[in-house]
Write a protein that binds this ligand. Structure first.
Ligand code: ADP
Ligand code: MG
Length: 554
């Protein structure tokens, strides 16, 4: 990387910089220093934190370093090497993470700052800023180490506003998880109070997941690549990269869906929603996936200068980009080959893995029922165990969805109409979502107070809902669920009604038919409520369990 020199931005450009305080908490210091290391082309970034970060934050990189002449300029306000020295630079086109020349100046303002750096010259430079600026020689391999101590020491109000140490460190740790996933080719390590809390190997997204989570999580993931052309951005190209865990790996919050734009971690509700839509009905209602998506939109369609902490960006072809993300995720999940990659252990319980993979069933042979609840099948070197209720639900759900897409949801009349009393929030939801309810096949009229008169219920493919389904749907709408989710959940519940139950014994013919139908499903490996339909046990697991030296054919 060539080393442009640092200069002051012209006033016109400075005036256009999104205003706001740059350093508000320790995690912001880390973000700015990591941005700088990445902009310097670092392949390895080591972060050290003491306490809540106000005691010490150190970021060491192996990037291009700074020449002696540039170090002092680097800490001036609005001095940067990242924008050309011309007037009124267009900030929409910047490809570096930093561009405002503010961070080092802002940090030096509210903490003690020390920079040790070398651009590869025999003698490096150390610069220390507390009350005064001191420059001296220093020995260092090429790269830069920035150490920030006594953050907010003379700003009691800022210090007061910080959360407990564990929470401030938690923010730093989450921030670095986001960088590690946005920049999977860079090695990151984080050390807190002397202990390494995580590190990544810089060898791709799966390894980044491994560093942040564990081997099990990383092995149950699939990487994504999706390229597309954006018509609304003049026919330019958009690339979507990322990694998605299979739907069997879930969390109870959305925080594990991480988004970056051109390698910059951002908070973007719209793109996060697009990822969740990509998972669609694969997840149960209150479960969220683990995923990291980086989008690389065409030059000139991203404005990073809309947020003081650069945590948000403005996208010009947003709608098309969200669509591309949704498609990328759902395609990746549909074609994923999720065969487990773990080595076999003798622990049968942990070896029983939910199946989600691309080719449904090859030459599958039904062995027979187990406890009239599961079907055991042979599929190559795997023993498949199929939950017949979950499998049947999946088949029913997809049939219902197809029928509804073709013809809408038909209504079955209730005669005489039933009166249902609901809570006030549900009654309000019935009024404000009247159109949606009609579309779902409910015929509902207010009946005074919080009572509703129900004269018709949805009955797609002869599956008649009951008034409980209405109460449930209203509950979801009142809780703020999207109409689309409510519709999917209604269909999922209807799919459940007449599905096979535990204790229904299937004949061999029926079992084979069920498998054929399941194999034709778009998403055969999860039931509409997000539970697995098929688990598999590898022959090698049995071999290990029985202490056999090899499997049957090896
Ligand atoms: P910005 O990143 O917006 O340019 P900063 O105040 O963060 O502003 O940094 C000022 C300048 O100092 C940068 O433009 C860069 O030239 C130099 N610099 C900062 N950190 C590093 C680093 N880790 N390695 C090399 N150069 C750096
Ligand atoms: Mg910077």
């Amino acid at each position: 990387m060539d080393r442009p020199t640092i200069h002051r931005l012209d006033e016109a450009t400075v005036a256009r910089i999104a205003a706001g305080e740059v350093i508000t908490r320790p995690a912001r210091v880390v973000a700015e220093l990591v941005d700088n290391a990445l902009d310097a082309g670092a392949e390895r970034i080591a972060i050290t934190v003491e306490g809540d970060g106000t005691d010490l934050i150190r970021v060491a990189d192996d990037g291009c370093g700074l020449a002696r002449a540039d170090v002092e300029r680097a800490i001036e306000r609005h001095a940067t090497s990242k924008l050309p020295a011309q007037t009124e630079t267009d900030l929409t086109g910047v490809s570096t993470l930093g561009f405002r020349g503010e961070a080092l100046a802002a940090i030096a303002d509210c903490a003690t700052l020390e920079i040790v750096t070398s651009d590869g010259d025999a003698v490096g430079t150390k610069l220390r800023v507390d009350d005064k600026v001191a420059v001296s020689n220093a020995g260092r391999a090429q790269g830069t180490t920035v150490t920030v101590t006594d953050l907010f020491a003379d700003r009691p109000a800022r210090r007061e506003s910080l959360a407990a140490a564990a929470a401030e460190f938690g923010r730093i740790s989450e921030l670095l998880a986001r960088y590690a996933l946005a920049q999977p080719d860079v090695r990151f390590s984080l050390t807190h109070n002397g202990n390494e809390t995580f590190s990544t190997s810089g060898s791709g997204l799966q390894d980044a997941l491994l560093g942040i989570y564990d081997a099990e999580t990383a092995s149950r993931s699939t990487t994504i690549y999706h390229g597309t052309t954006l018509d609304d951005a003049g026919g330019s190209d958009l690339a979507v990269h990322g990694i998605c865990c299979y739907p069997s790996v879930t969390r109870s919050t959305r925080d594990h869906v991480r988004i970056s734009v051109g390698g910059r971690p951002v908070t973007d509700i719209g793109l996060r929603q697009a990822v969740l839509r990509g998972y669609g009905s694969l997840l149960a209602g209150n479960k969220y996936p683990i995923a990291a998506i980086d989008i690389d939109p065409p030059a000139g369609t991203v404005d990073p200068n809309v947020h003081p902490a650069k945590e948000e960006v403005r996208l010009t072809a947003r709608e098309a980009i969200e669509m591309a993300v949704e498609t990328a995720v759902s395609e990746a999940l549909q074609t994923a080959d999720a065969r487990r990659t773990d080595t076999a252990t003798t622990d049968l319980e942990t070896e029983l893995a939910a199946v989600d993979r691309s080719d449904p069933f090859g030459e599958i042979r039904v062995i027979g029922p187990f406890r009239d609840l599961y079907l055991l099948c042979e599929d190559g070197d795997e023993l498949l165990i199929i939950d017949q209720h979950a499998a049947h639900e999946r088949v029913n759900y997809e049939r219902l969805r197809a029928a509804v897409a073709d013809e809408g949801i038909p209504t079955a009349p209730i005669e005489p109409p039933e009166t249902v009393s609901v809570d006030p929030a549900a009654a309000a939801a019935a009024e404000s979502h009247a159109d949606l309810l009609a579309e779902l096949g409910f015929e509902v009229t207010p009946f005074g107070g919080s009572s509703l008169r129900v004269s018709g219920v949805p009955a797609p493919l002869g599956r008649v809902a009951d008034t409980d389904a209405l109460v449930e749907t209203l509950g979801q709408l009142a809780a703020g669920h999207q109409p689309n989710d409510s519709r999917d959940e209604l269909l999922a519940d209807l799919a459940c009604h007449p599905s096979l139950k535990a204790g229904d014994r299937l004949t061999m013919d029926e079992a084979e038919q069920l498998l054929d139908r399941l194999g034709e499903c778009e998403q055969p490996f999860v039931c509409p409520h997000g539970r697995p339909t098929v688990c598999s046990l590898d022959e090698s697991t049995l071999a290990a369990g029985f202490e056999r030296g090899s499997t049957r054919f090896r």
